[in-house]
Design a protein around this ligand. Structure first.
Ligand code: ADP
Ligand code: MG
Length: 231
């Protein structure tokens, strides 16, 4: 599903260059649920943005399925993003003046799907995340966990192959975090590959495989063979 070979990425600001990813190799199979760990500034978001085709890289290769994702023009990048990828963020990134249903429907709005049709589909996805009754509420009227469920429904609406989640539980309390991880497991059981960036051990432990980033490379990774438990 995802194959990364010798990936390099630097940021250039003014006369400074910061080498963040220094020859990273990763293979993720379709249907896996993986967490990516590492201290703050280790390049987790940088990697996720590249995997989500939101940013370019300097050297190496990134294959999404059979396609080499490299130097795509914005139109092609958007096409692959829409077809393959759903994003979930720590800060939910909901539009404050749109209700839950409209937020979920947003990707379809950009694809010029009619209002009636996109709202109907959005309601199906709100049902999947257990928020039917909150469809007409604004984000400000929802709890953190509910907001993240809206964001997850929005990430699912294009039927992606992969969900990329950047610190998805970073703004949630422990119990709500576990509920979000349970929802991720449910989504993963439907065959969607899940990649979750986190710096929290107890979140990473809910996934099958943990990858540690350090100094721009993979420091270590391991599979967990114990069954995943929730508090
Ligand atoms: P993490 O998500 O692991 O905390 P990031 O990938 O966000 O780390 O950042 C890695 C390093 O790159 C940090 O030192 C950060 O300051 C720097 N960085 C991230 N994004 C940019 C950017 N757009 N321009 C310049 N430097 C950046
Ligand atoms: Mg980050």
């Amino acid at each position: 599903m995802i194959r990364v070979n010798q990936l390099h990425k630097s940021y250039i600001t003014g006369s400074n260059s910061l080498h963040v990813l220094k020859g990273l190799d990763i293979d993720i199979q379709q249907g896996e649920m993986v967490s990516i760990m590492g201290s703050s500034g280790s390049g987790k978001s940088t990697l996720l943005n590249i995997l989500g085709i939101l940013d370019n890289y300097d050297k190496g290769e990134f294959y999404l399925g059979d396609t080499l994702i490299k130097d795509l023009n914005e139109k092609k990048a958007a096409w692959y993003r829409n077809k393959m990828i759903g994003f979930v963020f720590q800060s939910f990134n909901l539009i404050t003046f749109k209700n839950a249903m409209e937020n979920v429907a947003l990707p379809l709005y950009y694809q010029k799907v009619s209002r009636k049709k996109r709202n109907r589909i959005a309601m199906e996805y709100l049902e999947k995340v257990g928020l039917t009754e909150w469809a007409h509420h604004l984000p400000s009227e929802l709890s953190g966990g509910q907001k993240q469920r809206v964001a997850i429904a929005r990430a699912l609406i294009n039927n992606p192959k992969v969900i990329l989640a950047d610190e998805p539980t970073g703004a949630l309390d422990t119990q709500t975090s576990y509920e979000v991880m349970e929802l991720f497991h449910e989504i993963n059981r439907s065959g969607i590959t899940m990649i979750i960036v986190t710096h929290e051990n107890d979140i990473a432990e809910k996934t099958e495989r943990i990858i540690h980033l350090k100094d721009g490379v993979i420091e270590k990774e391991y599979k967990q063979n114990h069954s995943i438990r929730y508090a």
